[in-house]
Design a protein. Structure first.
Ligand code: PMV
Length: 304
């Protein structure tokens, strides 16, 4: 059976989390990356057909192969003669943590092949190291939520704190269809921190406050209040220059159609936005997002 790992959504706090502010992320267990092994007479290789038709040889300088190398080091094993087939339902470069999920699936697949166990903390370290291939200074939130597959309150460098979602929390996830590299947006925020230190620090601090408040509202199940915090977080992300006209449009459309709150999720500049909705407003908001050009909208309910 294939090993797998879930996608993730950042509810609040992306980008600011890189600078030590807290953030909240949740797993998207219905959307997953898979890795499966079979015997190979070509030595070890990873085949990622649905990503970009890649067949990756064992000596390639590639994040997927780096994952395998780091895992084998931890397991004390050498490259076995197997082929690992990777496939993912998670759109790439869209803020859903596809890179981290693919890495975690590969680690678990190798553990499965050798019938060995690695603790989640070690898997998390491996996936984090591979994340640094995608962009130099990841906060660690993506790998953490993907590996532990739990709703978490996350502060860089600190132990994770799971969040209990007591009442069903309903989110629509809408894709702008535009792909964007997290490292570009992260680099632009870094330049903003350098060129406008005071104003940018104020924005990052405000995001931190929003996340603290959001954590309380989540634990109370106060979705109206959480929605307002999410929408304000979107405004702060605009100030950090990581939104886009398409994301702004989908956020406005969702709010006009009755969502409690809406914001971009993840690196921004494209990718996905999220809208917090009630059971009653969900289909109206979904239709409005589709009519406004979202290429894909799906619903996820947490704490149900
Ligand atoms: O675009 P994603 O899903 O990789 O989101 C990354 C979240 C950021 O806060 C923008 C970067 C980070 O390392 O935390």
């Amino acid at each position: 059976m294939a090993s797998s790992a879930a996608a993730k959504l950042i509810l609040l706090g992306e980008h600011a989390v890189v600078y030590g502010q807290p953030a909240i992320a949740v797993p998207l267990s219905s959307l997953r990356a898979y890795a499966d092994y079979s015997p190979s007479d070509r030595g070890f290789e990873i085949v990622a057909r649905d990503l970009d038709q890649r067949v990756i040889d064992f000596d390639a300088d590639d994040p997927l192969m780096a994952t395998a190398r780091l895992t084998l080091d931890q397991l004390g094993q050498v490259f076995p003669s197997i082929r690992i087939d990777v496939h993912s339902d998670i759109p790439i470069a869209s803020g859903l943590g596809s890179g981290a999920a693919i890495s975690a699936a590969i680690v678990r697949c190798l553990c499965d092949y050798f019938q060995m166990h690695l603790a989640d903390g070690i898997i998390n370290d491996i996936v984090y190291e591979v994340e640094t291939y995608h962009h130099g200074t990841p906060s660690g939130i993506d790998n953490t939520v993907v590996v532990y597959e739990k709703a978490i309150y996350f502060v860089r460098g600190e132990a994770i704190r799971p969040i209990t979602v007591r009442k069903p929390m309903r989110l629509l996830v809408a894709d702008t269809g535009q792909r964007s590299l997290t490292k570009v947006a992260v680099g632009d925020v870094k330049r903003l921190v350098e060129s406008q230190p005071q104003a940018t620090q104020d924005t990052l601090d405000r995001i931190g406050v929003l996340v603290e408040l959001a954590r309380e509202t989540m634990q109370q199940g106060n979705w109206l209040a959480l929605g307002k915090l999410m929408t304000e977080n979107h405004l702060q992300l605009q100030a950090l220059t990581v939104s886009s006209p398409e994301l702004d449009r989908l956020v406005k459309v969702a709010l006009d159609a009755g969502a409690w709150g809406a914001k971009l999720s993840g690196g921004g500049r494209g990718g996905n936005m999220i809208a917090l909705v009630s059971e009653a407003s969900s289909s109206t908001v979904r239709q409005a997002l589709q009519a406004a050009g979202a290429v894909r909208v799906f619903e996820t309910v947490m704490g149900a």
